[in-house]
Structures are given as structure tokens and as C-alpha cells.
Design a protein around this ligand. Structure first.
Ligand code: PHE
Ligand code: ZN
Ligand code: ZN
Ligand code: ZN
Ligand code: CA
Length: 296
């Protein structure tokens, strides 16, 4: 998989910030900064050959939008779907939450044609609307799928907050290897977790598991039995001294002290965490998109 240039990801964050600045300070559901964010992504995906569609839905009296982009190669019956929510809260521009995940998966999508990669499976990318109001866009999408369309989605990868300033390195616990929480249940994907883990091992970074607690857009997917996974660098939770010893940063402070606040700006991003997570996404998409070679 290619090493994704951090500078490209940061360019997208700068664009999200200026979209918020010129649209009342946010990119929230039903506000003009949301649709401007959709249009920014769509034009770049169209320019390199993606097939893009905008799916609209209504929530709380406003129209919301999901942006879907499919790379037109690979087995259409074996889809690897990668998603991030594109909406912010109304209180700020939402650069770490979730400009970071949105920019990271955009740059991974753009790297597919740039690198000449020919995936065996079908790559689809999604930017969800109205996550902040209760996973509205991702739930609308899952509900809109026919049974056959659902069955074609083999895996769902979710990225929500991947550049937290006081970062942790969390991987959704698909196989309950951390023994924490209720266990993976039917939702866990050991394959996804182990693939992400292999990347972090290769760069010498220790990760911790985080349970599927229903707080992001993987929820509607695991509810219908589509295996999910992904990474997360922490929100309002407090970094322990053991975690600070492992990852650096400041013990006793939130992973993101600007979570859901007006200070979630381009200054609220940890470049190292954003770079590592973006490269981890590329590695994972590349690995999962290839059918395993036959044994022997
Ligand atoms: N989904 C939460 C938000 O957007 C953030 C979050 C992601 C919290 C993953 C926990 C786990 O505000
Ligand atoms: Zn990199
Ligand atoms: Zn949020
Ligand atoms: Zn979020
Ligand atoms: Ca667990």
C-alpha cells in the first residue's frame, strides 16, 4: 500500500476549515457548510474517475446527504466499504470530529488511481450525513439497501476522529482480544482488527482495543450482520498515565479537549496520529481488497 502524504490530508482539513469559516462556523446537518463539504469531496472524486452518488434523506426538518463513491473495477459482488461522517456539530467546524476521518479516507480513495492499484474486490467509500444527530445518514443508507445489496458488502471500515491532539491508538475490538467490555458478539471482525493491527505492529506502535459501543456509524452495519472495524484516537475520555507512557501526550487530560467545541479547528489535530491512521487505512483497504491467494 502507498504511504499517503500527510500534507494532502492536511490540505483537505484546511478546506473544511475555510468552508466552516464562510458558512457560519460549522459544517452541521442542514447548514450550508455541510453541502459545501459534500461538493468539495465530490468534485475531487469525479475528477479521478470515481462513480459518485449523493443520497438524500430528511431528518429534523432538514435535508441530509450521504456521498457515495465507487471505484469502477473489481468484483461488484464483493464490496469493501470505507466510511466516515462528514457532518460537524453546530458549535464548531469539526476538524478532528470528523474532518480527520473524512480527509483521511478521501486521500486513500484518491491514492487508488494514482498508484495504479487494481483491487480484486469493489472499493466503495462513503461520507455520512447527520451522524451527530444519531447516526442518521448511515442508518438511512443501510435501510435503503435491498437484501442482495447488503449481502454484497463484505466489510465496513469506520473512521471517526483519527487526529486527536492528545492521541490514543485505539482499534475497534473485533475479536475481544482485550477482554474488555461485552465481547465482540456477532459484529466483530477479527480479520479487520488483525489487519489494522499488522500495520501498527510494522511501525512499532502499540494499540489498545475499544469496544463497539454504538457511538459511531458502524452501528447500523453491525446491526444487520455486516462485520465492521476501524480506528479511533479518542474523544472526551481521559488519557491514563499508562497510556501516556505508551503513546506520549498528557496523562489526566482528554484525548480531545476540544471535542464538540468551537476550538475543534485545524489547530486541534495531531499530525503524527493523523499520518499513522491514514497510512493504516491505506494498508487495510489494500489488504482487504485483495482475495487471498489459494493455499499451496
Ligand atoms: N461518534 C462520536 C462523535 O462523533 C465520537 C466517537 C467515536 C466516540 C468513536 C466514541 C467512539 O461525537
Ligand atoms: Zn505517512
Ligand atoms: Zn461528534
Ligand atoms: Zn464523530
Ligand atoms: Ca471487547
Amino acid at each position: 500500500a502507498p504511504d499517503i502524504p500527510l500534507a494532502n490530508v492536511k490540505t483537505h482539513l484546511t478546506q473544511f476549515q475555510s468552508i466552516a469559516n464562510t458558512n457560519g462556523g460549522n459544517r452541521a446537518h442542514g447548514r450550508p457548510g455541510y453541502l459545501a463539504s459534500v461538493n468539495y469531496l465530490r468534485s475531487q472524486l469525479d475528477a479521478v474517475g470515481y462513480t459518485t452518488t449523493v443520497q438524500s434523506f430528511t431528518y429534523a426538518g432538514a435535508t441530509g446527504y450521504n456521498l457515495l463513491a465507487e471505484w469502477p473495477a473489481g468484483d461488484p459482488d464483493a464490496v469493501v466499504l470505507t466510511g466516515a461522517h462528514l457532518d460537524s456539530v453546530t458549535s464548531g467546524p469539526g476538524i478532528n470530529d470528523n474532518g480527520s476521518g473524512s480527509a483521511a479516507i478521501l486521500e486513500v480513495a484518491l491514492a487508488v488511481p494514482r498508484s495504479g492499484f487494481t483491487p480484486d474486490k469493489r472499493l466503495r467509500f462513503a461520507w455520512w450525513g447527520a451522524e451527530e444527530l444519531g447516526l442518521r445518514g448511515s442508518r438511512h443508507y443501510v435501510n435503503s439497501l435491498s437484501g442482495a445489496e447488503r449481502d454484497r458488502i463484505q466489510q465496513y471500515l469506520n473512521f471517526d476522529m483519527v487526529g486527536s491532539p492528545n492521541a490514543g491508538y485505539f482499534v475497534y475490538d473485533g475479536d475481544d482480544s482485550d477482554g474488555v467490555g461485552a465481547g465482540p458478539g456477532p459484529e466483530g471482525s477479527a480479520e479487520i482488527e488483525q489487519t489494522i493491527q499488522a500495520y501498527y505492529t510494522s511501525i512499532g506502535v502499540t494499540t489498545q482495543g475499544t469496544d463497539f459501543d454504538g457511538r459511531s456509524d458502524y452501528g447500523p452495519f453491525i446491526a444487520v450482520g455486516i462485520p465492521a472495524g476501524g480506528t479511533f484516537t479518542g474523544a472526551e475520555g481521559i488519557k491514563s498515565s499508562a497510556q501516556a507512557a505508551l503513546w506520549g501526550g498528557t496523562a489526566g487530560q482528554a484525548f480531545d479537549s476540544c471535542y464538540h467545541r468551537s476550538c475543534d479547528t485545524t489547530a486541534n489535530v495531531n499530525d503524527t496520529a493523523l499520518d499513522r491512521n491514514t497510512d493504516a487505512i491505506a494498508y487495510t483497504v489494500w489488504e482487504l481488497a485483495q482475495t487471498s491467494p489459494p493455499p499451496g
